[in-house]
Design a protein around this ligand. Sequence first.
Ligand SMILES: Cc1cc2nc3c(=O)[nH]c(=O)nc-3n(C[C@H](O)[C@H](O)[C@H](O)COP(=O)(O)O)c2cc1C
Length: 191
Amino acid sequence: MKVLAINGSARQNGNTALLINHVFAALQAEGIATELVQLGGHAIRGCGGCNTCMKLQNQRCSIPNDPVNDIIAKMAAADGIILGSPVYFADITPELKALIDRSGRVASVNGGLFKRKVGAGVLAERRGGAMHALDTINHFFHLMQMIVPGAPYWNFGIGRDIGEVEHDAEGIANMKGLGENMAWLLEKLQT
Ligand SMILES: Cc1cc2nc3c(=O)[nH]c(=O)nc-3n(C[C@H](O)[C@H](O)[C@H](O)COP(=O)(O)O)c2cc1C
């Protein structure tokens, strides 16, 4: 089994990545393979609304020259998907939203590529807005007919500068619990 995580932060080794790594550690402890994909460093446009994906139904977005089609293929192949983001103005980053819109449209018009995969959001915030950002991610998972496990508390850690989330003991415990719940659910779904 494999869980793919996508980090929507421009800071590839920032707080979001650190939180994702804590979820990964819990998954790896249960023998689940993990892979991290970074959106940082890529210019990722939003959906053009062209509906070419609907016409061709070839599991691809028609916008060329960015990593979105490779990421869609990885999402379709994974058993679980983590979407991670720093909180920007009480929501996710525009890069992650662009990936949600484009991959979600492609998945929908190709028979539900992400249906019944396990999904989890991970947010890093300085002070506020993570609930709204988590809702954004969960709306995507639910519309994709994915299954969403919980965590001991909401799925976010607190920190501003890189590394500060490591001082948020409750946030780190939430990531461990989230990974354990994700692993438990993935194993149940195998049977
Ligand atoms: C453009 C921008 C907007 C932000 N908006 C918020 C916000 O609404 N709420 C908040 O708590 N933190 C906000 N932050 C702080 C980041 O969420 C925080 O520093 C986070 O730990 C960054 O994670 P990263 O290191 O993975 O990029 C914002 C930061 C930036 C750069």
